[in-house]
Design a protein around this ligand. Sequence first.
Ligand code: PMP
Length: 423
Amino acid sequence: MTTPALWSAQAHMPSVIGRQINVVSAEGAYLTTDTGARLFDGTASLWYANIGHGREEMAQVAYEQMKTLEVYHVFGRYTNNRAIELSEKLVSIAPIDDAKVILNSGGSDSIDAALKLARRYWNHVGRTDKKVIVSREGSYHGLHAYGTSIAGLDFNREGYGTDSLVAGTERVGMHDAAAFAATIERLGAESIAAYIAEPVMGTGGVHPPQEGYFEEIQRLCRENDILFIADEVITGFGRTGEMFASSRYKLQPDIIVFAKGVTSGYGALGGTLVAPRVWHPFFEQGADSPIYRHGTTYSGHPVTAALALKNLEILEREGLVARSAELERVLARELKAIESHDFVTSTRVGGFLGGIELSSDVSAEFVTDQAIEQGFITRPLRGNTVQISPPFITTDQEVRDLVGAVRRVLDAAKAKASKATAT
Ligand code: PMP
């Protein structure tokens, strides 16, 4: 048997061979495949195609930037105008006052940057035992070695040896502030560097925060000198109806990790926003100032920075963050209505991202596969949950059509199950 050269990401290869969906072009909220199928992008690719696909002015901005300066690094004394402008823009919209910006190539990169920075900071201020990172069950923080080590999805840690790839990690229940308090008690605050969470848990099944949970976590962080890190890789740049979910859920993070929505996927860019408490010693101690030894070849890449600037301009010009808030309300209504279906156990919405949790009568994989046959892309998440997170340019009717397609699949599955019982 011939096998493909491309080793797909997160794929059980024998199951995808021969069933691959080859996307050849995309415009707005729709993709076209090599078989000519037109598919509605109900997940905005991996939660990020927020301004929609195929924007001419994004192509133009990349072209212009490449003609002027395709790349130069930002190590040491070097910088470039686009990296400077983007950083200034991000500082102006960040929910952290007087933040600094570290630019990298994606979410996993930026998780590494954030967690290393947390440790480097404590080390510099003389709290050298503060190394442990606490994350949540069900969390997803990318798949580099640090993200894998703190992963709250067990299958992402499987097979790499029983220890974490990076030492010093602890996991607590998703909404269990008491478990965090117990962890602090058990390990001692002097050994914990940071707590990290997605404001709305994404890959773990779309879980918005429970009332009061983050207030309690932040209180524990403050009282115990533990840095609070918000992973806004999915939620950043409008997905929850505000530029950052930290604003919506009243979080005061010391570090915010972002990626995806910063360019809507047009460029491979991620980064971290850092609060003054953490950046201060690295900027203002003269010759004694420590060096944060981190950075990647493409940190501050001018083409991706130019794409991010244009993406942010489009979000603002077209009012897409407010539109995302409107779309959340449409989605919430549709999901409420589908809850009465026998095969749906619950639905959740936290911004313009929703999850439909299914009963054991039907699998999210099956529903996803069937929905594609009808022209709608969704995605199975942990906990037998179907992901819904279309681009912000989606119409109300398209949201109804997407949920309607899921309903038709569930109706057919139910009719088949009843028939099987009857015979
Ligand atoms: N954090 C979260 C919350 C994510 O959802 C993701 C990616 N889905 C990442 C980090 C990692 O980002 P990347 O895939 O760009 O490395």
